[in-house]
Design a protein around this ligand. Structure first.
Ligand SMILES: C[S@@+](CC[C@H](N)C(=O)[O-])C[C@H]1O[C@@H](n2cnc3c(N)ncnc32)[C@H](O)[C@@H]1O
Length: 211
């Protein structure tokens, strides 16, 4: 798809979603639970530097910061201006927490800044996933890790759903299989660290910056 058209459709969609993402309902409970389960796996210690790409209204950033009583640096970026506005409103006054509007494929932050990068329910929307992975590699410190939590096309039902969503939602890009995550993460220069099942049809794929 044409880049500008994809960007416009995507931004419009997520700006519309921003208002409802903090509401109490089944969909949001499902997203929060998966994010919470991911955060429980992370090696978060005092002084950690963590980035959430496609952070929505900032929920996972706030949850991660709570683990160390805000003693660290916690960033969230999202392409939707409305998501970022909500995130800033939600976490106003919390030390160490910052949000910024940015596309996952080009993030205006310095090299080697983060120990941990997370990306939840967002990666399958990226038009150029290789560019997003290359940004993750650039932003991680040596020894740092990325955790991508996403639906994973390892079953026929998810591959079928992926095809249907592509028809219904023009801005949808692709739900990847574990083999594709392994290949793309390795091609970005990170070492693929395997995956874990987090929820039904969702996996977290890990990558480590070893060089
Ligand atoms: C389904 S929401 C998930 C939000 C949150 N991470 C969660 O797990 O609840 C997908 C998010 O990805 C963001 N997003 C989609 N494409 C993006 C891109 N290219 N760069 C940055 N954010 C993007 C959207 O704006 C939206 O906030």
């Amino acid at each position: 798809m044409d880049e500008l058209k994809h960007k416009t459709l995507n931004e419009q969609k997520w700006d519309r979603w921003a208002e409802g993402l903090d509401a109490k309902n089944r969909r949001n409970d499902y997203l929060r639970k998966a994010q919470h389960n991911l955060i429980a796996l992370l090696p978060i210690k005092e002084g950690v530097s963590l980035l959430d790409i496609g952070c929505g209204t900032g929920w996972a950033v706030g949850d991660a910061a709570k683990v160390v009583g805000d003693k660290g640096t916690f960033y969230g970026v999202d392409m939707s201006a409305k998501m970022i506005d909500k995130a800033k409103e939600n976490y106003q006054g919390r030390p160490g927490i910052q949000f910024m509007q940015a596309n996952a494929e080009s993030i205006p932050l310095a090299d080697d800044m983060f120990d941990i990068i997370i990306c939840t329910h967002s990666f399958h929307h990226y038009l150029h996933p290789d560019k997003a992975l290359s940004e993750m590699n650039r932003l991680l410190r040596k020894g740092g890790r990325v955790y991508i939590l996403d639906p994973t096309a390892d079953s026929r039902i998810i591959r079928f759903a992926d095809r249907i969503i592509r028809v219904l939602e023009p801005a949808h890009v692709k739900i990847y299989s574990t083999a594709e995550f392994h290949f793309m993460i390795s091609r970005s220069g990170l070492r693929y660290g395997g995956c874990r099942v987090i929820g039904s049809n969702q996996k977290v794929h890990m990558g480590e910056k070893v060089y």
